[in-house]
Design a protein around this ligand. Sequence first.
Ligand SMILES: NC(=O)c1ccc[n+]([C@@H]2O[C@H](COP(=O)([O-])OP(=O)(O)OC[C@H]3O[C@@H](n4cnc5c(N)ncnc54)[C@H](OP(=O)(O)O)[C@@H]3O)[C@@H](O)[C@H]2O)c1
Length: 245
Amino acid sequence: MNLFDVKGKTVLITGASRGIGKTLALGFRDAGAIVYGAGSRPESVEWMAKEGINGVVIDVRSEKDAYNEIGKIREKHGKLNCLINNAGIATNTPASGFKEDELQNIIQTNYAGVFRNCQAYYKHHKKDGGNIINVASVLGIVGSKLASVYSGTKGAVITLSKALAIEWCNSGYRVNVICPGLIDTDMTEMIKSKDYILSQVVSAIPMGRLGKPEEILGAAIYLASDASSYVTGQEIIVDGGMIAQ
Ligand SMILES: NC(=O)c1ccc[n+]([C@@H]2O[C@H](COP(=O)([O-])OP(=O)(O)OC[C@H]3O[C@@H](n4cnc5c(N)ncnc54)[C@H](OP(=O)(O)O)[C@@H]3O)[C@@H](O)[C@H]2O)c1
C-alpha cells in the first residue's frame, strides 16, 4: 500500500499556468491524479491539453469562475478530491505608496479569492467532504520590508485555513497550508534581477539558495494523500530554514 497515493484523485490547482502551480500540476499528473489546472486567462492554459492536464480559466477575483468549474468537475467525476489554492500575486510597493486599486487587487487575489474558492468547494461537496491545500508564504508568519499587504494576505490565509479546518471538520473536510520560502519563479524575478539583492537574500537562507518549485511538490502530495489523514489546520513550511533562525 502506498500511503502517498494520489492516483485517480481529482485535483484542481489554481495559478497552474506557471511557477509553483505548473510544477504541482505536472507532478500530480505524473503521480496519476486527474488534474485540472487553472490560469487567469485562456492563453495561460493553452499548453495544458497536450500535457494531459485539463486547462480551465479561473480568475480568482471573480465570484463565479471557481464555483462554475468545480460544479463541472463534480458533474463529470462525481467528486473533486482536492482543491489547491495556489494563485497569488506579490508587489514590492512600500507601505506608504500603496494606492487603493493595488490594495484591492492583492486582497481580492490572495485572500478573498482563496476564501471564495473554499466556499465554492464546500457548497458543491458539503455532503461528501473534501481536502483543501492553501498556498500561503513564510511572509504570512514573519514580516519583511516591502511586503506589508502581501504578508497580511498570506497571514490571513493561514488563519482562515485554521478557522475553516475547525468549522468544516465535521463535514469531512481537511484544510491545510503550505508556506513556501523564496522559490525560483517569476514572482522572485525582482530579487533575481539584481545580483546584490540576490546575494543578500540568499545569505539569509541557511541552505544558501532559493528553493525550486519541485521542492513544494512533496508537501502537496503528502497533504493531498491519506498519509496526512489525521492532519488538519496545519501549515508546512518549505523554506530552506529561512525562518528557523
Ligand atoms: N515564488 C515564491 O518565492 C513564493 C514564496 C512564497 C509563496 N509563494 C506563493 O506561491 C503561489 C505561487 O507563486 P509563484 O511563485 O508560482 O507565482 P508566479 O510564477 O508569479 O505565478 C502566479 C500564478 O498565479 C496566477 N494568478 C495571478 N493572478 C491571478 C488571478 N487573478 N486569478 C487566477 N490566477 C491568477 C497566475 O496565472 P496567469 O499566468 O494566468 O496570470 C500564475 O499561474 C502564490 O500564492 C505565491 O504567493 C511564492
